[in-house]
Design a protein around this ligand. Structure first.
Ligand code: G3I
Length: 344
């Protein structure tokens, strides 16, 4: 049998060191995956940062500017310019875009009104989703339609949309998104579902209910905000979690990965961090439905964790001076050598 160029490259990679100049995007593409980062408009406005993002990654997620409050600050006014800057840069660089997030309980505008009737709230939700999804049609390839609808106990989270519309706001959001773009992939996205437990089970139940009702859901996003060494499943355990949805015919994405530890950092904590990234990439490579891996930023100097969890951090692939960490090299290695977790 004649090996094609990619087949030959894959065969050779079994014994060759990772090429020095291979980017994450190139290594992931050879495994049929897209790999990316969260970005802000300030990143794409800075030529050096923009060039780095364009080179290293094949997909980007808007970290904040597509959320309801930032993009729809007044009832009759949308602010698309910041999101446009990210999408325009990505398209110009041949990158894909994940849209994040149409419905969430945080970063909502103050004009959402608890006194609305259910029908009024549904009309606002429909207008918002239709307007935003339509604007980015054919440019955003995946949308996080509903983010974090289940709380840490496994109950439906008490949110504005639950209180005004009721639990079917989730199904309605997916239906409005599908009506606005028949081709974009629609995701339910959440944290702490990489670990078996009541939250992971309740999210699976929610997804099953959506599928049974014929709601147009295409995938599940695992945020994967991980803390080491306490909170990181093995590659095998993670693979089983991903397979929950693969066996339901859905796609799987790692959507916001970072791996924090309690500061100060030590070589041992950075080693545990590299193991955690390694486990996640291995598990994703073992499940064909897992086709997307996104980190929640790239530089330890620029992460949400510093503000929200002081005392924790240094969770990303590059240190505060911009130097690659061992986690970065481990990810390149696991993509190149395509290591798989053993079958259970
Ligand atoms: O843009 C405003 C600015 O105008 C204002 O002056 C300033 C004052 O505080 O705030 C700025 O907004 C901040 C925004 O980030 C942009 O920097 C918000 O205060 C701040 O709360 C917001 O934090 C974001 C957080 O979501 C909000 O919940 C983080 O950057 C973002 O990384 C984080 O991302 C979430 C995902 O969307 C969902 N999964 C969890 C993840 C981490 O919390």
């Amino acid at each position: 049998m004649v090996l094609g160029a990619i087949g030959l490259a894959l065969a050779l990679s079994a014994c060759q060191p990772v090429p020095d100049d291979a980017t994450l995007a190139e290594l992931a593409a050879a495994r049929g995956r897209r790999i990316g980062t969260a970005v802000e408009p300030s990143h794409v406005a800075n030529p050096d940062t923009a060039a780095f993002i364009a080179d290293e990654f094949s997909i980007v997620t808007a970290e904040n500017v597509m959320k309801f409050g930032p993009i729809h600050p007044e009832r009759d006014r949308y602010d698309f310019a910041p999101a446009d800057a990210i999408v325009d840069a990505a398209v110009a660089n041949g990158q894909q875009v994940r849209g994040h997030a149409l419905v969430w309980h945080r970063q909502n505008p103050t004009w959402l009104d608890e006194a609305w009737t259910r029908d009024e709230a549904i009309a606002v939700l429909e207008d918002h989703i239709t307007t935003v999804v339509t604007r980015y049609r054919e440019r955003v390839v995946q949308w996080d339609v509903v983010n974090e609808a289940i709380d840490d106990t496994g109950a439906m989270r008490d949110t504005f949309w639950l209180r005004t519309i009721g639990p079917d706001y989730v199904a309605l959001a997916f239906e409005f998104a599908r009506a606005a773009d028949p081709d974009v992939a629609l995701y339910y996205n959440d944290y702490l579902i990489e670990r078996a437990g009541p939250k992971a089970d309740r999210v699976a139940q929610l997804v099953d209910d959506l599928i049974a009702a014929g709601v147009p859901i295409d995938g599940v996003g695992y945020q994967m905000h991980v803390l080491v060494p306490e909170l990181m499943p093995s590659a095998n355990a993670l693979r089983h979690e991903f397979e929950r949805y693969a066996t339901r015919g859905l796609r799987v994405a790692i959507t916001e990965m970072d791996v924090a530890h309690i500061l100060p950092s030590t070589p041992e904590k950075f080693a545990a961090q590299a193991d955690a990234y390694d486990n996640a990439i291995m598990a994703c490579l073992a499940v064909p439905a897992c086709d997307t891996i996104v980190f929640w930023g790239w530089s330890d100097a620029d992460s949400w964790i510093d503000a929200e969890f002081p005392g924790f951090g240094n969770a990303l692939l590059f240190d505060r001076s911009g130097e690659p960490k061992i986690a970065y090299e481990r990810i390149r290695g696991v993509l190149w050598w395509n290591l798989q977790p053993p079958a259970a």
